[in-house]
Design a protein around this ligand. Structure first.
Ligand code: AMP
Ligand code: ZN
Length: 135
């Protein structure tokens, strides 16, 4: 069976820079951020796409995304944010474990969502600290 990278992150076998976790969810910094502070909110359990994710979890996901996004705006000094979820390969979903992108925004411009630059790993933990500090 093919290993799911986000399941491996959830169980700690692949490292991640986490900003939040509870029994149901995990939020960690995207390794190829399209803006400073770009992170992913995902479920601990594996569900490939949003329509396979239980409603009870989805009902908790948006209030949590709201809280995390506000922390990110304060933490990295953004004025706005995008919430994006790709569902299915044709939509551009690369990791088939449902997740929500939270992307802090500072100015109006097109989002080059597939053209994120590899993160500077000496700086990414400090960006995560800045978000956590505002939770
Ligand atoms: P999507 O196209 O919505 O499936 O996006 C998957 C996202 O996961 C991309 O933005 C990747 O940069 C991100 N990603 C892939 N592997 C990792 C990883 N090990 N740690 C953090 N983010 C990752
Ligand atoms: Zn998974």
């Amino acid at each position: 069976m093919t290993k799911c990278i986000f399941c491996e992150i959830a169980n700690g076998r692949i490292p991640s820079i986490r900003i939040y976790e509870d029994n149901d969810f995990l939020a960690f910094m995207d390794i190829n951020p399209v803006t400073t502070g770009h992170f992913l909110l995902t479920t601990r359990q594996h569900y490939a796409v949003i329509h396979e994710t239980p409603d009870e979890l989805l009902a908790k996901a948006l209030p949590l995304a709201k809280r995390l996004a506000q922390a990110a705006m304060l933490g990295v000094g953004a004025a706005a944010y995008n919430l994006i979820s790709n569902n299915g390969p044709e939509s551009g979903q690369l990791v088939a474990h449902w997740h929500l992108h939270v992307i802090p925004r500072r100015r109006r411009e097109e989002l080059p969502l597939k053209a994120g630059e590899p993160a500077d790993l000496t700086k990414l933990p400090f960006v995560a600290d800045a978000i956590r500090a505002n939770l």
